[in-house]
Structures are given as structure tokens and as C-alpha cells.
Design a protein around this ligand. Structure first.
Ligand SMILES: Cc1cc2nc3c(=O)[nH]c(=O)nc-3n(C[C@H](O)[C@H](O)[C@H](O)COP(=O)(O)OP(=O)(O)OC[C@H]3O[C@@H](n4cnc5c(N)ncnc54)[C@H](O)[C@@H]3O)c2cc1C
Length: 388
């Protein structure tokens, strides 16, 4: 099905097997603020490396998995079947980095990250700049051979796990004054301070603190790419990560439909299994149908990337896929909670956890409204046949 090659199927089975190893630990994580005991979390990390499920998106030239985009989707789909972000240990560092990393960046951060010895985080969003990245106020001021970075960043995911941060700032002076640039900042570094660590709807070990960068001095070779390249990386990251959000939503929806179907088959109400009640059957049928649609469009888009489709067209396609898959998964989670009834409202039920966890998929990496605006813009510029 879906025209997967033997290599695709083997990788998919490997990732699925690992996801099945993680699933039994979800309730422990949920009851423990998202955290697993340290030795267990470490064992999962080592298992990911052993199975070749870390950095699947990185080229083999830097020690990565060298997977096709479709294969990366297949892995992330399995990661998405697991709640409490336990599947995030199948980590993908930024795919655009190997092409632009200078020698320092390659040796100090990129290669250790691909080996699994380090992890990054992204400090881009600010209090007044979320959907509109161009509104960023953080600054980078040139001072001799250094840049001095200032700004307060919000929702810095995995800050507590990271060895370094990508920090996006507006250049305060120089020939590219006003353009955005991206810098690598070691963690910890003098001048980097957690302002607060808010609680979020999901229960995961990765925190999303508000982080202040105050007079943080970095050598000029911490600049990633050219001085005006910041937004290029953001767009490249969005295209990749929107597809991966969609992939994880497919995995979540599959797990939810399987769990809800099993429950509806066993649960007897008024003398009949729930699945024989037509209102419940319709919820399951709609969910399966929407999963099939979302999976087909996600795999097709991944194949288009592998076949070298024009980047501008891909931008619209990735938005459509992220929009549809994230909204589909939320609908499926909502129906699953309903089918489980009171049990679906209990935190040890997979539907309850996904119901909370999937909500953010419609917000981060560009909220649904922004995806709709992108799709409509592409439709106006390129016409329907270019998109669908
Ligand atoms: C759990 C979590 C983790 C995150 N991790 C990171 C991270 O690691 N690094 C990072 O840099 N950021 C991160 N983010 C930030 C995330 O990318 C932003 O929250 C997201 O881009 C939306 O920005 P905002 O929250 O500022 O909402 P806003 O931009 O203020 O938008 C608020 C609402 O208005 C809507 N809206 C905005 N503009 C328009 C428009 N033109 N037309 C119609 N509607 C519009 C939006 O869709 C949204 O519904 C994270 C967020 C969360 C919740």
C-alpha cells in the first residue's frame, strides 16, 4: 500500500517496533510531570541511536541517516503514535545546517548533534512576534570580532535538554542593518537566564521557558550562514517541520482510531457493542476516512520533495498538509474521547492525553489561520492545478 519500497517498509517497521517499546511508559510519564526515571530515558536514547532512528534527516556525509523525505515521514509517523513526547527521542536536527555550517559550527555543534551527544533548541518567538516572525525585536550588535545579543524569547522548547540555542535577531548595525540573522549560543552562557517556566496543556519532559538573552557576547563565527540569511532558515525549517507535524498527527490518529475501535467493539451498551450503534460507527468511519486522506497527501508531498519539486510550490503543499493533518487529528481525538465516554476523560486513557497534546499542532509551526492564508495566497498566485 502507498507504494512503499522494501527499504521504506523495513525502516517503518523498525520505528514502529521502537514506538511500541515506548508506549507502555506513557502513564508513568503522565503521572510524573512528563519525566521518566533518568536511567530509562537514557536507555531510550541509546536504543534510538542503536536502531538508527536519530537524525534520520541528516546526510550521511555528516553521519546522519541520509533518509529520503518519505522515510523521515514514516519514522515521525511512528513517533507520533506515542504520547507525552516520548517519541521525540527520534530527533531530527535542522536539515539546512550541514550546507552552511562553518568549520567551528560543524565540529563543535553539528557533528556532536548528529552523533546524539548534543541537542539544540530554537529561540525565535517573542512576546510580540509569533506568527509574524518579521516583528522580532531581539538585536545583534557587531562589536569587533563578536556580536552582542539581546532579547527575550518565548516558548523555547527543550531549553532544559539543550546544549545550545539558535537565536534569531535583527542586525542593529552594519551593511545588513534591519535584516534577520541566526546565531548559535552555547548553553549555559553568561547573560542567558530563564525568566520563568510556564506549565502547558501537555505533560512532557521538555520545558518551554521564557528566556532572556542579556548582552550575550558570541564570536562572529557563531553566525549561521550570511548576515541576512535568518529568514531563509526559518522558511526552510517551516517546510520541513510542517510536514513532520503532519506525519506525527497521522501516527496519533492511527493509534486513536485503533484504540477507539477496540473499545467500541468490546463495550456493550443496551445489549449491543458500541460499534453497532450507528452514531458511534459514523465517528469511527469519518476518522478512518480522514486519516486515509491525510496520509495520502502527506506521503505524496514527501515524494514531491524527494523528486525535487519547486520550493515555492512546496511551501503551499506543506501548509495544506500541516493544516489538514493537524485538524484531522484533533477531530479524531475529540471523537475518541466521546467514544470512550467517562473513561476518555481520565488521564491514563490515550484519548485524553492526545486530546490535550494534539491541540498545539494547530498552533505551532504556523497556526491554522496562517496556513490557510499561505494556501490562499498560493492559489491566487499559481492557480489550483499547481497546488492540487
Ligand atoms: C508548546 C509550544 C512550543 C513552542 N516552541 C517554540 C520554540 O521552540 N521556538 C520558538 O521560537 N517558538 C516556539 N513556539 C511558538 C509558536 O511557534 C507560536 O506560538 C506560534 O507561531 C503562534 O504565535 P503566537 O503564539 O505569538 O500567536 P499570534 O501570532 O499572536 O497569533 C494569535 C492568534 O491569531 C491568529 N493570527 C495571527 N495572525 C493572523 C492573521 N494574519 N490572520 C488571521 N489570524 C491570525 C493566529 O493564528 C493565532 O490563532 C511554541 C509554542 C508553543 C505553544
Amino acid at each position: 500500500m502507498y507504494g512503499l519500497s522494501p527499504a521504506d517498509l523495513e525502516l517503518q517497521a523498525r520505528a514502529r517496533g521502537f514506538a511500541d517499546e515506548l508506549i507502555p511508559h506513557e502513564v508513568l510519564a503522565e503521572s510524573n510531570g512528563g519525566r521518566l526515571p533518568e536511567p530509562l530515558a537514557k536507555a531510550h536514547h541509546e536504543r534510538v541511536l542503536e536502531l538508527g532512528l536519530w537524525a534520520t534527516n541528516m546526510p550521511t556525509s555528516v553521519g546522519g541517516g541520509g533518509c529520503t523525505t518519505l522515510q523521515q515521514v514514516l519514522v515521525q509517523e511512528q513517533a507520533g503514535r506515542v504520547t507525552n513526547a516520548l517519541g521525540w527521542c527520534m530527533h531530527t536536527p535542522p536539515a539546512w545546517w550541514p550546507a552552511v555550517a562553518n568549520d567551528l559550527q560543524r565540529e563543535r555543534w553539528l557533528l556532536p548533534t548528529v552523533r546524539g551527544d548534543l541537542q539544540e533548541c530554537y529561540a525565535i518567538t517573542e512576546e510580540h512576534a509569533g506568527s509574524d516572525v518579521s516583528a522580532i525585536r531581539a538585536t545583534a550588535r557587531r562589536d569587533g570580532d563578536s556580536f552582542v545579543l539581546d532579547g527575550e524569547k518565548w516558548h523555547v522548547t527543550s531549553f532544559n535538554e539543550a546544549g545550545y540555542a539558535f537565536f534569531q535577531a535583527v542586525l542593529a548595525d552594519g551593511p545588513h542593518q534591519g535584516s534577520q540573522a541566526l546565531f548559535v549560543v552555547d548553553l549555559p552562557s553568561p547573560g542567558v537566564r530563564v525568566v520563568r517556566t510556564p506549565s502547558y496543556s501537555h505533560t512532557i519532559a521538555h520545558e518551554h521557558p521564557v528566556v532572556a538573552f542579556e548582552g550575550v557576547r558570541v564570536p562572529a563565527d557563531h553566525l549561521v550562514g550570511g548576515e541576512a540569511d535568518g529568514m531563509t532558515f526559518v522558511y526552510e525549517w517551516f517546510r520541513f517541520e510542517r510536514l513532520m507535524v503532519a506525519a506525527r498527527c497521522l501516527g496519533a490518529a492511527e493509534r486513536l482510531i485503533q484504540a477507539a475501535t477496540a473499545f467500541a467493539t468490546e463495550r456493550i451498551v443496551q445489549g449491543r457493542p458500541l460499534i453497532a450503534q450507528q452514531l458511534v460507527a459514523a465517528m469511527l468511519a469519518d476518522s478512518a476516512t480522514e486519516l486515509f486522506a491525510a496520509r495520502s497527501m502527506t506521503y505524496e508531498t514527501a515524494r514531491s520533495i524527494d523528486e525535487g519539486m519547486d520550493t515555492k510550490l512546496l511551501h503551499g503543499r506543506c501548509s495544506m498538509v500541516k493544516l489538514y493533518a493537524s485538524e484531522m487529528a484533533s477531530r479524531v481525538a475529540d471523537r475518541a474521547v466521546q467514544i470512550f465516554g467517562g473513561r476518555g476523560y481520565m488521564r491514563d486513557n490515550v484519548a485524553e492525553r492526545f486530546y490535550r497534546e494534539l491541540r498545539v499542532e494547530r498552533i505551532w509551526e504556523g497556526a491554522s489561520e496562517l496556513q490557510r492564508l499561505i494556501v490562499a495566497d498560493q492559489l491566487g498566485k499559481r492557480g489550483l492545478s499547481a497546488l492540487v
